[in-house]
Design a protein around this ligand. Structure first.
Ligand code: URA
Ligand code: ZN
Length: 377
């Protein structure tokens, strides 16, 4: 099938550059990279839900290996390019994968952020016009250090935004202390790529969670985390306070497009909000914010869900992504085609059938426009 004029652009694609892998190799708690006698590749253990299997494997060499294999897909730029070529992807906006710099001490995070963002910049420089990146911020550091980091990354040639988790400065993204950061990002025209990591408390998965692999935290915990984080920002008035702030939501906004109507209904039926004067007729609704300040990636794997995303924020605000190197094929060659990619391209084509302008926009045109991928700087 023909590619769109702007080419296919992947805005949701991760890497752990070599210096980040070294940090994980030196650690004893998650995120951690560790070798086990029962597996050939080193293992990458990231999620709270993986801690029990990590402990079991450390005690018993017969136990199931924890986490996922840390293959070259995670840290090799040549492998990223091979993956892009295999799937007809012209350009990628690469980001550090979770949990970013969230676990670093304030004394070290600014310097490590600088190093890692420069490493990303250099990787992109090896493939000009093909690779761009979302930078990572040292959120555990002081506000001054975070603002210096924004200043640093806005000057990096291939930087097109920042990737952010939901923890903010430790109290979530509705924390008023983050407003100067949001303002600095908006002024620098750097959109936030909001991505989950922490999911929901493990108890919600129940006693049998161990039987279900990573399905519950990844399929449900991740999207709920994103939905909660962005709804808290909305309720706190962040989008009104920083009108130029632009935010790209991972996994098509979690469940935001589906729940926006319910959020609105709960807002207008809330007595406290009414008494506090927060329900003025002129207030902007979740729908307004979705259409004016939010972009959604297209990583939902289903034409039905993709249609909802495109209707919620507009087909001019949805952007193709792969989530590479996560979700590799389990039974076919990793150097070949990945189903986790072809499901998303097929969903986009099906959801926009007969509307080729929309197909092209979602596959690449929107990202090229919004993230200035036709510009070198
Ligand atoms: N699992 C993760 O930990 N991160 C992703 O981005 C996708 C799956
Ligand atoms: Zn991701």
């Amino acid at each position: 099938m023909a590619s769109p004029a702007s080419g296919i652009v992947d805005i949701h694609t991760h890497m752990y550059p070599p210096s980040y892998v070294e940090i994980m190799e030196s650690r004893t708690t998650i995120p951690i990279v560790r070798k086990f006698p029962q597996a050939s590749d080193p293992r990458l253990i990231l999620l709270e839900e993986e801690v029990k299997s990590l402990e079991d494997a450390l005690k018993d060499p017969q136990a199931k290996v924890p986490g996922r294999p840390l293959t070259t897909h995670y840290s090799s730029v040549q492998q990223k390019i091979h993956f892009m070529d295999t799937h007809g992807i012209q350009k990628s906006v690469v980001s550090l994968a979770n949990p970013w710099l969230d676990f670093l001490d304030a004394s070290e995070s600014p310097a490590i952020a600088k190093k890692i963002n420069e490493e990303f910049s250099d990787l992109c420089g090896q493939y000009p016009r093909r690779l761009f990146f979302f930078a990572a911020l040292p959120l555990t550091a002081s506000l001054e250090d975070i603002l210096s980091s924004v200043e640093h990354v806005r000057g990096l040639k291939y930087c097109r935004g920042v990737i952010l988790g939901t923890s903010g400065l430790g109290k979530g993204l509705d924390d008023p202390r983050l407003l100067p950061v949001y303002k600095a990002l908006a002024e620098s025209k750097l959109p936030i790529f909001l991505h989950p990591h922490y999911g929901l408390p493990s108890e919600v998965w129940g006693d049998r969670a161990g039987e279900y692999g990573h399905v519950l935290p990844l399929a449900l915990g991740f999207p709920m985390e994103t939905t909660i984080a962005v709804t808290r920002m909305f309720l706190a008035g962040v989008f009104d306070e920083v009108r130029e702030l632009q935010i790209i939501l991972a996994h098509s906004g979690g469940t935001l497009p589906f729940l926006a109507g319910r959020i609105e209904s709960c807002v207008v039926h809330d007595g406290q909000l009414l008494r506090e004067g927060k329900l003025a007729k002129s207030r902007r609704t979740v729908w307004d914010v979705l259409k004016e300040q939010i972009y959604l990636d297209a990583v939902v794997y289903s034409p039905t869900s993709l249609k909802l995303a495109a209707e919620s924020s507009g087909a001019d605000r949805v952007m193709f992504g792969t989530d590479h190197p996560f979700f590799p094929p389990l039974e076919t060659d990793e150097q070949g085609e990945w189903e986790s990619v072809t499901w998303n391209t097929a969903a986009i084509r099906k959801a926009t059938e007969g509307k080729s302008v929309e197909t092209e926009a979602i596959l690449g045109g929107n990202a090229t426009r919004v993230l200035r991928l036709d510009e070198e700087f």
